[in-house]
Design a protein around this ligand. Sequence first.
Ligand code: 13P
Length: 284
Amino acid sequence: MYLISNREMLNKAQREGYAVPAFNVHNLETVQVVAETAAKLNSPVIMAGTPGTFSYAGLDFLVSICQEAARRYRLPFALHLDHHEELTDIEHKVRTGVRSVMIDASHFNFEQNIDKVSQVVRLCRRFSASVEAELGRLGGQEDDLDVSAADSFFTDPLAAKEFVQRTGIDSLAVAIGSAHGLYQGEPNLDFERLAKIRQQVDIPLVLHGASGIPEAMIKQAIGLGVCKVNVATDLKIAFADAIKGYFATHPKANDPRKYLGPGKAAMQKVVEEKIHICGSAGQL
Ligand code: 13P
């Protein structure tokens, strides 16, 4: 079995009106939970890792674990580079077997963003890897990426059209009010803007920062063209809270197989819930 690009997955999702959830994985336990739950629900899923995750887990370990999960469950998985910024780093990971890439050059100006993204698209075409890029800039914190509200800005629909045409990317991450990490108060998504982006751009759209966004809003975003929904924080919180709960009742525990079990069970619920919200169950 193998690791695939997310191109076919997202194009099918776009044609059929659902979204593929992308879960940030960090270790064996998160990969096991995402793979097992996806297999149970017959759902396409993307396993995503930030540069920090790959440094922590090891590129070879993460690729091998995901390949083994794909073999065991007879499912093709996309292992995805989330918020990667360096061309040489991306090239190394693609050469090692990753086929799904996000180049995040959203902190550069428009022309520089196009230039950086185009370089990655040229590289990835040689390996049939898919490329996602971001226009506009999401606020919040995702691992080492920390963007203040003042530095964040929304995607301009006309600029998005030009960006997609000039770069040749496969999917576009949009900034419409979602944020990485925890929300202060109720999230507020600019659906009017999303609809305008959809009118200008015909490739799959990606919603980052989906943790903490109410189900109805995610469904509305999917109805307006979002085909990939990124979830990291909700999984982390479920895992950590369940383990903390276990230690609260078993203060002398020290066997990881015991205290990680409740963490995995809690993550499984989150993965199931997100798959149902995305409408991806049964879509394999
Ligand atoms: P959350 O941590 O808010 O779920 O965002 C995840 C994400 O967008 C990864 O790129």
